[in-house]
Ligand binder design. Structure first.
Ligand code: MN
Length: 133
């Protein structure tokens, strides 16, 4: 048994995120499963770049209200207690709203995240206007 009393909070890199986003890595990918688990906290207005996961991703919202968007223009409004499953290879982004924090636990298997361009302010404004549950 190993009791890890704290993990460092890392500010995520600006080349992959817009705004202030903080990561606590709970599980780093390792043999045999290459499972990564992270608590990711987005401040208001902050979001990931567009990206995809080769093996998909599961997000469990732990706090606040946020948005998850896909290339077809669909934007989900998500809140604490909800789970979002991102299919393998689907380009998407996730983040806070403009006025609320959002935190989620993200789980990914394998190293297959492909990072793309930022979600522009115009795309973010459009997402805020078109969100559905
Ligand atoms: Mn993702």
């Amino acid at each position: 048994m190993e009791h890890i009393t704290s993990t460092p909070t890392i500010k995520t890199p600006a080349e992959r995120f817009t705004g202030d986003v903080y990561l606590n890595l709970i599980e780093a990918p390792a043999e045999p499963a290459h499972l990564a688990i992270g608590l990711v906290r987005f401040t208001p207005g902050a979001r990931t770049n567009w990206h995809s996961h080769a093996n998909g991703q599961t997000l469990y919202i732990t706090d606040g209200i946020g948005l998850v968007g896909t290339r077809d223009g669909h934007v989900m409004r998500v809140s604490a207690g909800q789970t979002v499953k991102c299919p393998a290879g689907e380009e998407h982004w996730h983040g806070a709203t403009d006025t609320t924090l959002m935190a989620h636990i993200a789980t990914v298997v394998g190293d297959g995240t492909t990072w793309l361009e930022p979600v522009t302010d115009e795309q973010f404004a459009q997402a805020l206007a078109s969100q559905t549950s």
